[in-house]
Design a protein around this ligand. Sequence first.
Ligand code: IMP
Ligand code: MG
Length: 178
Amino acid sequence: MKPEGTVRPLFEEARIAVRVGELGKEIAAASNQNVLLIAILKGSFVFSADLIRALHSAGLSPQIDFLSLSSYGEATESFGRVDIVHDISDRIAGRPVILVDDILESGRTLSFAKTMLIDRGAESVSACVLLDKKNKRKVAIEADFVGFDCPDQFVVGYGLDYAHYFRELPFIGVMETA
Ligand code: IMP
Ligand code: MG
């Protein structure tokens, strides 16, 4: 059942679009043409779709693959364990890779993905996250490219969910119970 209540906007659609365009330029300036994006699903599917077009506008021709990980279930606190739900299909040995995720919180998801790709022989693994909850880290890891600092509140929209709802919202906001 869809949760009750409204979502108070925190990052509006237009503001996200501007920042994603800037991220495209930042990444293009730091990357080579052969870069492979690996979007961590499900949360980053909206962000990565916009980001790959921002990279095109910035002159890159990136490839993209998808890695589906789960760490949350239907709770708003991490279980502390990360599972592969669906693996990537591209060969990554010797390639520069950029992981794309919606939000960096404890760092467990990104750390798990980064270790896995390095173990498989990626030439380099950097990370781009749209949102960063800096104070919630449980693992020492930082992203190379960050869209926005995020307050320590549970946010939804633009791909981010609560209990698999709210991913369709064009903005990012905080759930408020009526
Ligand atoms: P971490 O492993 O704790 O860094 O959490 C990263 C993952 O948890 C993200 O990829 C999100 O899917 C999920 N997550 C963390 N915070 C939020 C939030 O505020 N809203 C929705 N999902 C979140
Ligand atoms: Mg996620």
